[in-house]
Design a protein around this ligand. Structure first.
Ligand code: GLC
Length: 750
């Protein structure tokens, strides 16, 4: 009898699911609402409270990455019971197919799982860190980089990545500046949108597109004192002007999920901030995806001192607008009881579960739960030559030439003997960086390998010379010995894999350890010297800048890093990168950025001490935002502003001429800045409003046209409303934020 009843129940459920999934011809087609929403509602109606709460639960793997099932029997049973709806860190088409099978075939309703991974800058073919990619100023290449990451991840069982990280940051003490797009909200917004489009493609239900996640909402890029996991205490103005724009850009690009930050806004931890998660995200911006917490931020509410226990933390989180609990299990442990005690309404849980189920529908998981676990794709679409070439291309474009005295670079390929020295000349882990996902060190082209590939006939003498951050000088003598035999010394110094990324704030941003002593000792040999700077954040390299003729910023360049570096060092690619973040002269200047305010007592260079300045060092940075050299030179000319007076709702149009005045082809990133001269609130001395990366042959001139709309010139008034005010604007066009080549004016009139 029971068996017969179960069958009846199953049949009626099947009928209802059949209706819900529209896989039968009785579905009501009269509505023209989003078909997914109807299906979701029907499915929700079938689910128990426990099953709905299971969808809000995201847990990690158990076994190691290479074990057959990366989840143990307990977790498998939890999936069968429907109390785990999402996994992080379980990877591989094979393992994930088996785990998905448990969910789909052995649970009551067969709801597919989300499989998440931090695919931040590549899955197995690693591209440069996001901060480096931002230095390319090539939005197509950045989107393509994310596209390749999505192809590789989706071929390996992953359907959700925790990227892009869109936190704007002006504090290089914070190790996570490496994950973002630097200091500028306008440029950061464009990069953020490009990365979302790369991950999600034009159809999320395709097998090679994955759900993206805008993180960390919000304000995490300004941790007090630059210290990781510290509080964020910024004004509402800074939130709206600096931190929100890239998040809103991801939303306009269709991002499917958001992640709450570890930090707090207005003294309320993001995970329980109704202001952030409901007022801004849902009410003002209309976000219809779902919000996941960062790792265990719900239980951390007790440390913050805003929740007495896990139960009240869970209640506050879901009421504020959190939909999914990453890693703390607070939802599965407490929500059933909280609903029974009427402390949380089941409606809130239905809303959260519906948002997550909607995402699973949009991913196509209900049509084919196994579409991301196709072992054939994993064999043919991961770490391909094409993907490697794309990684090498964006890595080349990300390199920034910081100094090139007397055109020491590019080096001749006819060099007989090179000394390659430094701790990262053969360190694949450093070249991959902290967010290496499933990148293997065996697949990395290190700096040594890159030079050998480039110059098979040249003798390349190598020595580590020094470790990253020990006091050990025992390697100096060997380094000096090989340097004496070489025509050129190439020094690869900077930070190791552990010096940047999460939980890697540094109070000093000097090159760590005794590397600088090594640089200085080698410098006494008086030989041509090139420094390759390998870092995840701006560093204070003043001595190197003053004494070493050539400096190439290579960041953390990824799987093809060695080849990309060799391409630039030996002239097969003319460097075109520009800094997306300021390099300070001193850590004491932080926060330092190009779009600063003039103050009432600007430092006008007259030497007066009664000005906004330091007693001991100048205000200016070591290298400014937008800075980067080329092996050629460019001349800017003929700024033509179509109309000097423009109606406030009209468009400002202007053009310039750009000429390659050197002997080799090159790309220049033309930057357009404006300054609102008189406004109802103080405005920055300049703000980036447009840029264009232009390739020019030697002697070639191009006319480049730009236009600015009212929206581009808006400001946040005293009431925190976005408005555009009439008045005069300065127009500045140049090769960096402090290398302005053309200036003009226009006026907005009512
Ligand atoms: C980490 C990071 C977050 C990441 C998450 C999952 O703590 O803050 O960026 O996506 O946990 O690994």
């Amino acid at each position: 009898m029971i068996k017969k009843n179960k069958l009846l129940i199953r049949l009626s459920i099947t009928a209802v699911i059949c209706y819900a999934f529209n896989s039968c011809d009785t579905a009501d087609k009269s509505h023209n609402s989003d078909p997914y929403e109807k299906k979701v509602d029907s499915l929700i109606a079938l689910m128990t409270l426990e099953e709905k709460i299971g969808q809000l639960n995201l847990v990690g793997r158990d076994g190691n990455r290479n074990s057959a099932t990366q989840i143990g029997p307990e977790k498998a049973e939890a999936i069968r019971k429907g109390s785990v709806g999402n996994l992080i860190g379980v990877v591989g088409a094979g393992p994930n197919r088996e785990v998905q099978r448990i969910a789909v075939e052995e649970s009551r309703l067969g709801i597919p799982l989300l499989f998440a991974r931090d695919v931040i800058h590549g899955y197995k073919t690693l591209t440069p860190i996001p901060l480096a990619e931002a230095a390319s100023w090539d939005l197509e290449a950045i989107e393509k980089s994310a596209r390749i990451a999505a192809i590789e991840a989706s071929a390996s069982g992953i359907n959700w990545t925790y990227a892009p990280m869109v936190d704007v940051s002006r504090d290089p003490r914070w190790g996570r500046v490496m994950e973002g797009a630097g200091e500028d909200p306008y440029y950061g917004s464009l990069v953020a949108a490009a990365r979302v489009k790369g991950f999600q493609g034009d159809d999320l239900s395709k097998e090679n597109t994955i759900l993206a996640c805008a993180k960390h909402f919000a304000g995490y890029g300004s941790p007090m004192a630059g210290r990781e996991y510290s509080i964020t205490d910024v004004s509402m103005r800074e939130l709206y002007e600096v931190h929100f724009p890239p998040f809103e850009a991801t939303l306009n690009a269709g991002v499917g999920t958001y992640m709450t930050s570890f930090t707090e806004v207005n003294a309320v931890p993001a995970t329980v901030s109704r202001f952030l998660l409901t007022d801004i995200l849902r009410t003002q911006w209309g976000f219809d995806g779902f919000v996941v917490t960062d790792w265990s931020t719900i239980t951390q509410l007790m440390e913050h001192g805003v929740a007495a226990d896990s139960s009240s933390a869970a209640a506050a989180s879901i009421k504020a607008g959190v939909d999914m609990d990453m890693g703390s299990k607070s939802f599965v442990k407490n929500l059933v009881q909280l609903v029974k005690e009427n402390k949380v309404s089941e409606k809130d849980i239905d809303i959260a579960a519906a948002r997550i189920l909607l995402a699973k529908y949009r991913l196509g998981l209900f049509d084919d739960p196994y579409q991301y676990t196709n072992p054939e794709r994993e064999k043919t679409e991961v770490l391909t030559l094409e993907n490697r070439e794309a990684a090498r291309d964006i890595a080349r474009k990300s390199l920034v030439l910081l100094k090139n005295k007397d055109q020491l670079l590019p080096l001749s390929k006819k060099l007989k003997t090179i000394a390659l020295i430094g701790p990262m000349i053969d360190d694949p882990k450093a070249t991959m960086g902290r967010w290496k996902a499933e990148g293997n060190k065996e697949d990395v082209i290190t700096i040594i390998q890159g030079l050998k590939n480039k110059l098979p006939e040249t003798k390349i003498l190598t020595a580590k010379g020094a470790d990253y951050d020990t006091e050990d000088r025992s390697g100096f003598s060997q380094a000096i010995a090989i340097a004496k035999q070489a025509e050129v010394i190439i020094l690869a110094v900077g930070e190791s894999q552990k010096h940047s990324g999460e939980a890697s704030s540094r109070a000093s941003i000097d090159i760590p350890g005794v590397q600088m002593e090594l640089v200085k000792e080698l410098h006494t040999l008086g030989k041509p010297m090139v420094v390759i700077l390998h870092n995840g954040r701006p560093l204070t390299i003043n001595w190197i800048n003053d004494n070493v003729p050539a400096i190439l910023e290579v960041w953390i360049p990824g799987t093809e890093g060695g080849n990309a570096i060799a391409d630039v060092l030996f002239g097969d690619y003319n460097p075109s990168g520009k800094l997306p973040i300021t390099f300070p002269l001193s850590v004491g200047q932080i926060p330092i950025f190009y779009s600063y305010k003039n103050t009432g007592r600007p430092d006008d260079g007259s030497g007066s001490r009664w000005a906004s300045k330091y007693y001991d060092i100048p205000n200016k940075p070591l290298y400014p935002f937008g800075y980067g050299l080329s092996y050629t030179t460019f001349e800017y000319s003929d700024l033509q502003i179509e109309k000097s007076k423009v109606g406030i709702n009209d468009i400002v149009t202007f053009s310039i001429k750009i000429t390659n005045t050197g002997r080799i082809k090159g790309e220049e990133v033309i930057q357009v800045y404006t300054r609102d001269l008189i406004a109802s609130v103080t405005r920055p001395v300049k703000e980036l409003k447009r840029f264009r990366k232009v390739l020019l042959k030697p002697g070639e001139t191009k006319v480049i046209h730009f236009s600015l709309t009212t929206k581009d010139l808006k400001l946040l008034n005293e009431e925190l409303q976005w408005v555009t005010e009439p008045g005069a604007f300065q127009l500045m066009i140049g090769s960096s934020s402090s290398d302005i080549r053309l200036e003009g004016m226009f006026e907005l009139i009512e």
